[in-house]
Design a protein around this ligand. Structure first.
Ligand SMILES: Cc1ncc(COP(=O)(O)O)c(C=O)c1O
Length: 397
């Protein structure tokens, strides 16, 4: 189908919640490249919003999926699933979690985390501890509880009354957080590097104080690693940068390398769910967990987490070097291959458009921030090529 026909079909039948989309339809990909209906090649610096960690059609993932499709797609978790058990093992071996439950998305994993925190205190005969503190400008997903958890009015307004029990405080302001804690606080839930609101890392001091507060007041710490997990930030999980171990953390995005999957990961001490307390038809089915296993295999074998750190630092430094020549670059920040470039003027969308004209795929967060989340297979040469394209744009070429 040609692009115009696809757009017409979409406009007639698709329930558009995404606004005006970039007029392109990608038909296939290889490595860090995407190809559209006309056969034009694009370089992917977004990875489907931090999802395609291995790039496109990585042989390890493609083979694992082909093999699994030929065998079995789904059985339900009424039966034992080998891949599910093995993927849970991989997550536990690479993290601070002892147990894993699988969902189908980040929002669903976060719903599970919120429910688990409530269940933990319910089972301890402290049902009054049922409230959760989250951060302003956070993003935790689109289900009703996650919308309530998300500290952004624009996502909440039409859906009021919201799920009760969520309080929001500004990031990196410990006093505000401390004064929001009450006898009802069950958990503090946060992204250690806020992705959707412009790649904003938490400070070490703030995180250290939160951990101390949680211990003192018997509050659970939930870290949303949906965007930052699976090597994206140059460590397996972002919490490692801070030297902490959350009670609960959630994964999705990179975990399936493009196949929908989410994970709720918890320490044994907080695993309060008993049979029947939580569930889901699809979560951790043989296909999705085959994808997760292949992602772990490729990340491990090809040392892609280390690569995310090396190439991510290199890319960040290269963009920082442009600041002297182009003061319009106000700030360059992030961890590993999750990078935000903030401009002092509202030019992010214009720069994004010009990058697209040069066949680069990236993302703008608001008017001033460009977000980069390329596949973790990125090389220094790929980074140089991108910086070259960005330089040309800033020079007006
Ligand atoms: C930090 C974070 N949490 C949760 C979500 C929601 O994940 P999903 O879109 O898979 O439901 C996202 C999505 O962007 C996210 O970035």
């Amino acid at each position: 189908m040609d692009l115009q026909s696809i757009i017409s079909l979409d406009e007639q039948y698709y329930m558009n919640t995404f606004g005006k989309r970039t007029p392109v339809c990608f038909t296939h990909g290889k490595g860090i490249h995407l190809y559209d209906t006309e056969g034009t090649e694009y370089t992917d610096f977004l990875a489907g919003i931090a999802v395609s960690a291995l790039g496109h059609c990585h042989p390890t993932l493609t083979k694992a999926l082909h093999d699994q499709v030929d065998k079995l797609l789904h059985t339900s978790s009424l039966y034992y699933i080998e891949n599910q058990a093995k993927l849970a093992e991989q997550i536990v071996k690479h993290s601070c979690a002892d147990k894993v439950f699988f969902a189908n998305s980040g929002a669903e994993a976060n719903e599970g985390a919120i429910k688990l925190a409530k269940m933990y205190f319910y089972k301890k005969n402290q049902p009054e501890k049922c409230e959760i503190i989250t951060l302003t400008n956070s993003f935790h997903g689109r289900t009703l509880a996650c919308v309530a958890a998300t500290g952004q009015e624009k996502y909440q307004k039409p859906y009021k009354p919201l799920t009760p029990g969520f309080t929001h405080v500004p990031m990196n302001d410990f006093e505000a957080l401390e004064s929001a804690v009450t006898d009802k606080t069950a958990a503090i839930m946060l992204e250690l590097c806020q992705g959707e609101s412009g790649v904003r890392p938490a400070t070490q001091d703030y995180v250290d104080k939160i951990v101390k507060l949680c211990k003192e007041k018997e509050i659970l710490l939930i870290v949303d690693e949906v965007q930052t997990g699976m090597g994206r930030t140059g460590k397996w999980f972002c919490y490692e940068h801070y030297g902490i171990t959350p009670d609960i953390f959630t994964l999705a995005k990179g975990l399936g390398g493009g196949v929908p999957i989410g994970a709720l990961c918890a320490k044994d001490s907080v695993c309060a769910f008993a049979p029947g307390d939580h569930g889901g038809t699809f979560g951790g089915n043989p296909l999705a967990t085959a994808a997760g296993l292949a992602v772990f295999k490729a990340l491990d074998e090809e040392k892609l987490v280390e690569n995310a750190k090396t190439v991510g630092d290199y890319l960040q430094n290269s963009v920082k070097k442009l600041q002297a020549e182009f003061p319009v670059i106000k700030d360059v920040r992030g961890l590993g291959l999750l990078i935000g470039i903030e401009f002092s003027e509202p030019i992010a969308k214009k720069v994004l458009g010009e990058l697209f004209n040069k066949h680069y795929v990236a993302n703008a967060v608001g008017d001033t921030i460009l977000r980069l989340a390329p596949p973790l297979i990125l090389t220094k040469q790929d980074a140089d090529d991108f910086v070259c394209a960005l330089t040309e744009i800033l020079k007006g070429e």
